[in-house]
Design a protein around this ligand. Structure first.
Ligand code: B12
Length: 216
């Protein structure tokens, strides 16, 4: 198994989506846990590409190819993660990536794990404006809004989102959860959010804890 994780990691670093898909399918057939595949191959691969970008060993096209290979692999795994759940309905969560940010691999992993845990997830996708969050809160009446940002430039949108929710008088109706590679636990007071999730496991734990604690 370890050897296949390593092969998948290398395929993603190389941005080879065909090989990434093939190895992911093989791992699934050999009963590897989808969450282990993400933890031991996909996430380390993307982390490595991100580090290489910083040191000048990789460039934006490499990032795009690696992101695409990771997406192909996670697209195979996410339906399986959802199926692992079978849990009863717990509550409703809106997920969205803030305005200006198009990263969505991490958000999609969080989404599938929330569904597996029993949450209904309204996925607003990427590049979501504060107004779109507000409209969706009015329509869907969720208990929790999970907003994410993956760069330091887009993280500031989380604070703006909090202010916009307050201005629209919907902030008190929901609990605001933030996450993504561009935000840290210490940012909580700065962005006025209720909770932070470092990874998909913590996102699920926090949603379980916050569920039913909104004003709805
Ligand atoms: C793949 C990738 C891309 C792909 C994205 C493909 C896609 N569909 O997502 C592409 C090529 C498009 C891209 C573009 C850019 N990227 Co980019 N990208 C990455 C990379 C390599 C991996 C991101 C990833 O998917 N990680 C794997 C997932 C599983 O991890 P994750 O996203 O952190 O998610 C986990 C947690 O954060 C958490 N989580 C995620 N979402 C949520 C939501 C909630 C509510 C909660 C509670 C938790 C949570 O749970 C997840 C699972 O455990 C990172 C490097 C890195 N170390 O993150 C850079 C990185 C994020 N990118 C970066 C940059 C700079 C950019 C660009 C600006 C580059 C450019 N000059 O064009 C653009 C911005 C585009 C835009 N407007 O958004 C920088 C950001 C630096 C910074 N601190 O500001 C990074 C860190 C690379 C680097 N080291 O410089 N990128």
């Amino acid at each position: 198994m370890q050897e296949s994780y390593e092969k998948l990691r290398l395929a993603i670093v190389d941005g080879d989506d065909d090989v990434a898909a093939e190895i992911t399918e093989e791992l699934v057939k050999s009963d590897a846990n989808p969450l282990d595949i993400i933890e031991h191959a996909i996430t380390p691969a993307l982390k490595e590409v991100g580090e290489k970008l910083e040191t000048g060993e990789a460039f934006i096209p490499d990032l795009i190819l690696a992101g695409e290979a990771a997406r192909v692999s996670t697209d195979i795994l996410t339906p399986l993660i959802v199926k692992m759940g079978g849990a009863k309905y717990i509550g409703k969560v809106i997920l969205g990536v803030v305005e200006g940010d198009t990263h969505d691999i991490g958000k999609n992993i969080v989404k599938s794990m929330l569904i597996a845990a029993g949450f209904e997830v309204i996925d607003l996708g990427t590049n979501v404006t504060a107004q779109q969050f507000i409209d969706s809160i009015g329509k869907e009446k969720p208990g929790i809004v999970g907003a994410s940002a993956y760069t330091s430039a887009t993280a500031v949108e989380l604070g703006k989102l909090n202010e916009a929710l307050e201005k629209a008088e919907v902030r008190r109706q929901i609990k605001l959860l933030i996450g993504g590679a561009g935000v840290y636990r210490d940012d909580l007071p700065r962005f006025g959010a209720d909770a932070y999730g470092d990874d998909a496991n913590e996102a699920v734990d926090v949603c379980m804890r916050l569920n039913g604690k909104g004003m709805n």
